[in-house]
Ligand binder design. Structure first.
Ligand code: C2E
Ligand code: CA
Ligand code: CA
Ligand code: CA
Length: 277
């Protein structure tokens, strides 16, 4: 028995080494991702179920690595956070999204862009200062940029985070609570958070048609949002039945592979007309 667990330990140890080396490799090359223009934003539409129109998109970052190919954010965002590169990453995302917003406006395409903000970004007022300066410099209207923040991102220093979010909201940025329902927040916290929108986490939505509990949770979250005068988005909508179910319950927005996967800007622009009229 002891031999067996020792054997397992060795396998685990070797796996660990592999991941450590792989991680070190990524840590070192993440720095050049910025300088070598290897980061790229994909955009996933949010469908307005009332108007049957796309009025906003979410910016989702990818790393186009010269050797490893397209690296998803779940792989490198934790590394950026642990190595003090998150602020730089968020600033890059914001600037890129602001430029894209302006480009779309010139082409008569009206799309708000939602950006994901991490816990790191709410530990000091650097990001807020950056956002406010950018909004002024580029003369962005309030609807240009929205911010998505998870309940957990607020937890490390709730007082400061709430203060910063309140300043942003006052300056015209819409605030969404991302992954709603999976965090540690209470309804009490929801009451004091500066928030305009709830995004129901995809874990409740993906199997909605097959899971009565999920239906109960989603249904009551939609009601909660309505009663608190918040808009509500369901993410992870993967089929028509789910979309129809949400529409029947007056969920305002749907996002998910059924509507569209996240796409590079030009691909999104050429896909959009198929949703008009
Ligand atoms: P998130 O903000 O919850 O974004 C939703 C994720 O679900 C995205 O994965 C999206 O591609 C995926 N998704 C959308 N619709 C569906 C669907 O119908 N089914 C399924 N199975 N998945 C769907 P992605 O792009 O890999 O991003 C993962 C996470 O990485 C994001 O989760 C967000 O937390 C983080 N992230 C992405 N971009 C950024 C960024 O620019 N800054 C920060 N701080 N975090 C980011
Ligand atoms: Ca998000
Ligand atoms: Ca989410
Ligand atoms: Ca997430």
């Amino acid at each position: 028995n002891a031999r067996k667990s020792n054997h397992h330990y060795q396998i685990y140890d070797r796996l660990l080494d592999f991941y450590t080396i792989e991680r070190l490799h990524l840590v070192n090359s993440l720095k050049s991702a910025f300088t070598e223009n290897q980061l790229v934003l994909y955009y996933q539409p949010k469908l307005d179920l009332r108007a049957s129109k796309i009025t906003s998109v979410e910016a989702l970052v990818r790393w186009l690595h010269p050797v490893n190919g397209l690296i998803p954010p779940d792989t490198f965002i934790p590394i950026a956070e642990q190595t003090g590169q998150m602020n730089a990453l968020t600033k890059w995302v914001i600037e890129e999204a602001a430029n894209q917003y302006t480009k779309w406006q010139k082409d008569d395409i009206n799309l708000s862009i939602a950006i994901n903000i991490s816990a790191e970004d709410l530990r000091n007022d650097e990001l807020i200062t950056f956002l406010l300066a950018l909004k002024n410099a580029k003369k962005l209207p309030d609807e240009a940029i929205a911010l998505e923040v998870t309940e957990n991102a607020v937890l490390s220093d709730p007082k400061l985070a709430i203060k910063l979010l309140a300043r942003l909201q006052k300056s015209g940025f819409r605030i969404s609570i991302d992954d709603y329902g999976t965090g540690y927040s209470s309804l009490e916290q929801l009451k004091i958070l500066p928030v305009d929108e709830l995004k129901i986490d995809k874990s409740f939505v993906q199997n909605l048609m097959m899971d009565k509990d999920d239906q109960t949770i989603v249904d009551s979250t939609i009601s909660l949002a309505h009663n608190m005068n918040l808009s509500v988005v369901a993410e992870g909508v993967e089929d028509l039945e789910t979309l129809a179910w949400l529409q029947a319950r007056h969920c305002q927005y749907a996002q998910g592979y059924y509507v569209s996967r996240p796409l590079p800007a030009e691909k999104l622009t050429s896909w959009l007309p198929s949703f008009e009229g």
